[in-house]
Design a protein around this ligand. Structure first.
Ligand SMILES: [Zn+2]
Length: 797
């Protein structure tokens, strides 16, 4: 038998593009600035999001890898040049220029990013103001009417705090003695709040109705008959959505899902993950001095908020000549008296001061010279207060954070197929938790009256984790917009001065154990702790990634998952990584791949429904075919270790600019108006996947399969192909033995191609059976128990 391999030529182009992305090469080097100004100490730099033009040379690509450049998920080839979006500092730009890598276009500056944070603060304030004011609820109309199909209840109500979409109005009434409730949909026009409303069929007309608001207001009204001619146009349709109205930090997100559970105790619960994060907290630091050889880096023993921030340090010259170097403390103030020479000049070096601090006040601080410098310059007098540099308000806890999932389902005992959606592995992807929260709200708030929603909640066990990376998330909201990783610093003391504080952390989507950088796969760094895709000190070193493992270990009923990222508008699945020789992790079988495509079609259609967003075919498919290798990503763990069908969303598809005739990026933190649209459309998509899981749970029909041409006599050789009635994996043997689940599976022919064909050059018997995604076996064949497999013999002269 000979397997045909017809690689598409476009696959080669794609792998070339992918090649620049990441590296497993052993670069331990810290990015160093090549100019003479490097003698000065480096403050934490600002960053911008730029499009880099990268010449297609090995040297340029290697440099990107070596510098640990923080690439986004958006990459493409334009006029033979590779263009990739990256988050870079001015010194990185200077460094890249030396290798012919230039900034083609600055897409978003840090100033613009900070504007997003300011907008969000305004929205939060407005919300607090509205919530604090005494709320009133007015019922504008409460009508019943009967048309040719049914009797309906229609209500419009207005809340004085209604401009905030988290204001939830609930209607309560009685039908034939039975208490009924429904959530009202907020109605806006051109961004302006009009009222809330709902319309539902009723079995009996209630005499009155009460509207209660989540903010405490309420109102009751008689229900009267609707006489007018302007009947609402679509009787029976009442689906509520649109529950997110500003970017939410992980603390707000937590409160949101906790409240949902309080409201729907029958349908939802909180799952607390066992591995707490290290916390949104840091030690307090100061770098004293302005030159590298005179600088002294001081770090508190305690966390900043637990005393570190109170420490100050003064370096002062002894008043007498010939005085020795000494140190003393007064409360949390450290006073270093610098030694003087016979002429009364200060003479203590940075190294001497560092050694003294470590010897005498190690209960308060530790000290180092600057980034491994010998520290032989003479220290200048200075005063400095230590700071953890954290700017979040006190309402954001500095303690280790418990990551939470909201679990939704009528039966949450593991008896129903499980579905998992998780977001914000990457801290700066602010839209992604909104997708998760919106989805949870839609499932719960539509349950009582929307049949489709009820069907999903009654038959599935749905887990949603809005923020996998709350520490990094808080840091992104309050300190550094472009934070991608978690906040844990695994760097050595020479890379731990506060100038590096925006570069520490582990990429949680590179810290897993399948196809990892530790196994030699491409797309993460194991050695550069400052790299944008640092994989951590070891596989699963981080509590955040262990939480995902725990959740899926604990709930083996989970069969589908969505790993939600931004931006670029991609929809991808395993394999997610390849080796430097471009050998990918094993491809799914032909049947599994067909199932991925079939389900994707459904999910992408749901996304399109919101505002017509089309996820491009070139951005749909296995990760290495459409993006790049991502060693140790979480989706590969779920697919290869747990057998969970797992997709990766990159929300935020490019927008077409009609005037410039170019696709424009949306970025990690688009203006909220755009972020909101992305949350709505990808919530559609997540619900689409939940629907796929429902179809899976109901699929009891076994697949059927056939081969062409048929068996019998053939001249010379024969090439056969299989057909299945639905996406299904084919297990086959060619030696006459009975096929089993350990037999060979029909594979894909090549990248983005269909199933392989088999070519026989001598007489061969092929025995096979097929199995669909729901594990229904063709013809109820049971290996070892019966003989109901398919068989065909091809006789060749
Ligand atoms: Zn991401």
């Amino acid at each position: 038998m000979k397997r045909s391999k017809k690689w598409l030529s476009s696959a080669l182009v794609l792998s070339t593009v992918a090649g620049i992305a990441f590296s497993t090469m052993e670069f331990g080097a810290t990015p160093q600035i090549a100019e003479a100004s490097s003698l000065k100490i480096q403050p934490a730099e600002s960053v911008s999001l730029v499009q880099l033009a990268v010449p297609n040379t090995k040297e340029a690509m290697k440099k990107i890898e070596e510098l640990g450049i923080d690439l986004t998920h958006r990459i493409h080839v334009h006029n033979g040049q590779i263009e990739v979006d990256a988050v870079v500092t001015p010194s990185e730009v200077a460094m890249l220029k030396l290798y012919g890598i230039t900034v083609k276009e600055t897409l978003i500056t840090e100033n613009q990013l900070n504007q997003r944070a300011a907008e969000r603060r305004t929205a939060v304030k407005q919300e607090q103001k509205l919530a604090a004011a005494e709320e009133t609820v007015k019922i504008l109309r409460a009508n019943h009417f009967t048309n040719q199909s049914d009797t309906f209840l229609y209500v419009e109500a207005k809340s004085s705090s209604g401009a905030v979409s988290s204001t939830i109005l609930t209607a309560k009434w009685t039908e034939n003695g039975e208490e009924k409730t429904a959530t009202l949909q907020q109605i806006q026009d051109a961004g302006e709040y009009l009222y809330h409303s709902f319309m539902l069929p009723v079995s009996a007309i209630p005499t009155d109705i009460t509207i209660e608001s989540s903010l405490g207001g309420s109102a009751t009204s008689k229900v009267t008959e609707w006489l007018g001619e302007e009947k609402p146009d679509k009787p029976g349709e009442h689906y509520v959505k649109n529950f997110v109205d500003h970017y939410m930090d992980p603390t707000e997100i937590d409160a949101r899902i906790e409240n949902l559970v309080k409201e729907y105790p029958e349908l939802a619960e909180i799952v607390e993950m066992p591995n707490k994060t290290n916390g949104y907290r840091r030690q307090a630091q100061a770098t004293m001095g302005t030159l590298q050889n005179t600088a002294v880096v001081v770090t508190s023993r305690d966390w900043g908020h637990e005393g570190g921030n109170a420490i100050s340090i003064e370096l002062k010259k002894a008043s007498a000549a010939g005085a020795p170097l000494s140190v003393g403390t007064s409360g949390s103030k450290i006073i270093v008296t610098l030694a003087t020479d016979a002429a009364g000049n200060a003479k203590s070096t940075a190294k001497e001061v560092v050694d003294l601090l470590n010897a005498e006040v190690s209960d308060l601080v530790s000290a180092t010279t600057y980034r491994g410098n010998a520290g032989n310059g003479i220290v200048e007098p200075a005063v400095s207060s230590l700071s953890d540099n954290l700017k979040a308000p006190a309402s954001v806890s500095r303690d280790p954070f418990t990551v939470k999932a909201i679990r939704i389902g009528k039966h949450r005992d593991g008896s129903k197929p499980g579905v998992l959606g998780y977001s914000q592995e990457h801290a700066r992807e602010w839209v992604t938790p909104l997708v998760s929260v919106e989805t949870a709200e839609r499932l719960l708030r539509n349950y009582s009256h929307d049949k489709e929603t009820k069907k999903l909640v009654d038959n599935l066990d749905i887990f949603i984790v809005p923020s996998m990376n709350p520490d990094g998330g808080h840091y992104s909201f309050y300190d550094f917009n472009s934070q991608r990783k978690n906040m844990t610093n695994h760097c050595s003391p020479t890379q731990s001065d506060n100038g590096y504080r925006n570069s520490w952390g582990v990429d949680l989507n590179r810290n897993h154990d399948v196809g990892s950088a530790f196994d030699g796969y491409v797309g993460a760094s194991t050695t550069n702790c400052l790299s944008g895709s640092y994989a951590g000190p070891s596989e699963h070193s981080e509590p955040e990634s262990r939480n995902l493992v725990w959740l899926t270990d604990e709930n083996p009923n989970i069969k589908f998952a969505m790993n939600i990222h931004s931006y670029g508008g991609y929809f991808m699945w395993s394999p997610g990584a390849y080796t430097p020789e471009r050998e990918t992790l094993p491809r799914p079988s032909a049947g599994e791949e067909a199932y991925y495509w079939q389900a994707s079609d459904h999910i992408l259609k749901e996304i399109k429904k919101h505002r017509g967003t089309v996820i491009l075919p070139s951005r749909t498919g296995p990760i290495p075919d459409v993006l790049y290798s991502a060693a140790g990503n979480s989706a590969d763990h779920l697919w290869y270790k747990k057998g969970i069908y797992t997709w990766n969303f990159e929300v935020g598809a490019d927008l077409w600019n009609k005037e410039t005739k170019r696709w424009e990026l949306v970025g990690f933190q688009p203006p909220f108006e755009e972020g909101h649209e992305e949350a709505m459309e990808f919530s559609n998509g997540l619900l689409g996947m939940i629907d796929v899981a429902y179809q899976y749970s109901k699929d009891k029909k076994a697949p059927k399969s056939s081969v062409t041409p048929n068996g019998g006599r053939h001249d010379e050789k024969v090439e056969i192909s299989f057909k299945t009635s639905e996406p299904a994996t084919i297990y086959f043997t060619l030696d006459g033995s009975r096929p089993t689940f350990d037999s060979q599976k029909l594979a894909l022919n090549g990248t983005r191609e269909g199933p392989e064909t088999l070519t026989f050059e001598k007489t061969t018997t092929v025995n096979w059976f097929s199995v669909d995604a729901s594990k229904n076996v063709e013809n109820r064949y049971e290996p070892g128990k019966n003989k109901k497999y398919n068989t065909k013999t091809f006789f060749i002269k």
